[in-house]
Write a protein that binds this ligand. Sequence first.
Ligand SMILES: *Cc1c(COP(=O)(O)O)cnc(C)c1O
Length: 438
Amino acid sequence: MNFYSTNHSAPQVSFKEAVLHGMPPDNGLYLPLSIPKIPADLLNDLPDLNFQELALEISKLWLKEDIDEKWLKKIVYEAIDFDATLHKVKENTFSLELYHGPTYAFKDFGARFMARLLSHFVRKESNETVILVATSGDTGSAVAQGFYKIPGIYVVLLYPGGKVSKLQEKQITTIGGNVTALEVDGTFDDCQMLVKQAFLDEDLNDIMHLTSANSINFARLLPQSFYYIYAYAQLKQYEKPIVFSIPSGNFGNMCGALLAKKMGIPIHHLIAATNANNIVPHYLDSGKFEPRPSLKTISNAMDVGNPSNFPRILELYGNKYENVIKDIHGSAYSDHITKKAILKIFKETHYLMCPHSAIGYLGLHDYLLGRENEFTGVFVSTAHPAKFSNEINKFLDYEIAFPHGLKSVLNKKKVSVKMNSDYDDFKKFLLKASWRKK
Ligand SMILES: *Cc1c(COP(=O)(O)O)cnc(C)c1O
């Protein structure tokens, strides 16, 4: 399985190199030269497999030449150790809940799978592997949690002190083990600058193997196809065309669905649902891709003004607008409409959605309007509503039940290393870090 760059001026690489480097040297994005098709007999048997078995069968199509089956099974079963569940909200409308992992958001799928693949591929390296992650809140904790207890890998998570929510800070600073939280006296941009400078520092890179594990790594996309395939297998019995509505920011989740479709899963239509950052819906309407600075909304994990996976989507459609719009439909929603939808669905069905998932719901609702019985509709629920209880409780007077894992995080003691935003101090910290004393 070889990979090429969407900018077409970098050498082709193996799956291993695509995972280790993350990004090709020409600043494009890696995509596979060909996408494996699910063989007809496997496609038939999918409804009989549990989620882990299904994830392994799909992984084998991609990785059987690169990883021995015994190892691959261990990687997949450890990474995908929680379920993706379908909840019927009403007739022909299902919520695909992707928030039953350790950080209660769908990024756990990508982060856990990437962590184990990376660890497998670097296990013969002589230098320690250090993952540097700058985070403004959510993504970082999924990545750090994904690498928790992975042998030979150390994670340094930088976050801007006082600028993340209480719950986010607890999720960042209570992991422990091989994960160190650095509380930087500065902004998210300062955190990112420190990380960037470290990657360019040749002395440091001679001593330790620094990796970014960033969100454009292909290893994060592949596991995001598993749950679409699994949902299809469960819903096939209804014998209606399936549409998925995906609340999107950087469009990594959408790329997972596109992989599922290209592997041969019959998905009738995909809905790209966004908040006010409507760059992709605008493109789908007009053919014009016009990135701009992001706007702040209540679905803040989707506040993206320049969706990083957009070049992958274009490339998968041969860079032809008329092909993209055959498969993907777009719609965008304001905070006001999002809040109204959360309230309405809660009142009607007692089902509570986080603001991101509510945008997925709205995208589906509008698509199905007047033809509800023609399709099986699925909206993707990307985070547990309790994670956004601060926001939701401003307009809904209801005590949201916290799942056990979130409650226990809140009760744990914060452990962080305070740091200013000076690069020399950051470098000293890395050179003296406790894991180096061995
Ligand atoms: C990251 C995230 C999204 C957006 O996913 P993309 O792959 O960036 O499109 C949506 N909802 C939640 C809760 C997220 O954390």
